[in-house]
Design a protein around this ligand. Structure first.
Ligand code: PSU
Ligand code: MN
Length: 303
């Protein structure tokens, strides 16, 4: 194992940079190669185009990386043995010098070490359907109440129980901010019947709320929900039929724990003949763009 004290000292302080972090579980467990690598690089580019700086986060051979190089992203994108690292897996991954891709929760924790405030991803984990039986709640949700990193996503993944996910975030004191929308976007679908209490017209309004929460020391992250671009939005019932099928297959195959989300995403690519993958890429890049705008505004406010 590497010297962890030294590793921590080497983590940069990015508080005076317009930084946006990106996760890597979606790279290794959320999409097939080579679409995953193309998507990751397109996200970095989208962040740059908005005047912000991208930092893709992961753990390589036990070393925390804040800002993977293009080559490292390519390599991780091909790596089929990288472990999925959520908060609980961080010590295991580092202590055993393993290579791991970080989930939303894992990435938020590491980003906070580098004082990165803004994060872009596709969808966050949440309360799973059938929660009453399985008690499956992603630790992404508890991370928001512990770590002041704000995440731009396209809504909780459609495979989840949306109303319960929203209730859980409310209990944890996490603001869910609709970006140019007053309705909860549902990942593959632009809108839904669920009303949001908080919305913002532009990136500046989001940045102001994040700044207030920082100065007050509220110590939570906000969730910014940004609807998938119109052209890629999929019909809710059409998608839901396929999700139901994937859930049945999952039950039959006895999939539980951290394998649940990757299994469902993989089955959906086949069940939608690749449509879900195209939409997934489009929404992530769109989120990276909005995250870039917010980071840029937040940086200006702080100055
Ligand atoms: N969004 C996607 N694809 C993904 C994920 C999110 O479009 O693969 C990943 C994220 O890294 C998220 C994780 O944090 O799935 C949630 O996994 P779990 O439900 O096991 O906590
Ligand atoms: Mn889970």
């Amino acid at each position: 194992m590497m010297n962890i004290e030294q590793m921590l000292k080497n983590i940069p302080d990015l508080s005076d940079k317009p930084a946006v972090c990106l996760e890597t579980t979606v790279l290794t467990h959320g999409m097939p190669y080579p679409d995953n690598v193309k998507c990751a690089l397109a996200c970095e580019e989208a962040v740059r185009e908005e005047g912000a700086i991208p930092y893709t986060i992961g753990i390589l051979n036990g070393e925390i990386k804040i800002g993977l190089t293009k080559e490292e992203i390519e390599e991780l994108g091909k790596n089929t043995t990288a472990i999925k690292v959520s908060r609980k897996d961080i010590p295991y991954c580092i202590a055993n010098s393993l290579t791991g891709s970080t989930t939303v929760a894992g990435t938020m924790f590491l980003a906070n070490l580098a004082k990165i405030k803004i994060f872009a991803t596709g969808g966050i984990g949440g309360v799973h359907r059938g929660f009453n039986e399985t008690m499956d709640v992603s630790s992404d949700l508890t991370e928001f109440s512990k770590t002041p990193v704000s995440v731009v996503c396209a809504g909780p993944k459609a495979i989840l129980d949306i109303p319960r996910t929203l209730e859980y975030l409310e209990t944890q004191g996490v603001p869910v901010i609709g970006y140019q929308t007053k309705k909860m976007p549902l990942f593959y679908t632009r809108t839904s019947e669920y009303d949001l209490d908080i919305s913002a017209d532009d990136a500046l309004q989001v940045a102001e709320m994040i700044h207030v929460s920082d100065v007050l020391g509220l110590k939570h992250g906000s969730l910014i929900v940004n609807p998938i671009p119109e052209d890629y939005s999929l019909d809710y019932s059409w998608m839901d039929e396929r999700i139901q099928k994937a859930l049945k297959m999952m039950e039959k195959d006895n999939i539980t724990g951290k394998k649940v989300t990757p299994y469902l995403l993989d089955k959906l690519v086949a069940l939608t003949e690749g449509q879900s993958l195209k939409s997934n890429v489009a929404l992530i890049v769109n989120n990276a763009k909005v995250a870039g705008k917010i980071a840029y505004q937040l940086h200006s406010i702080k100055k």
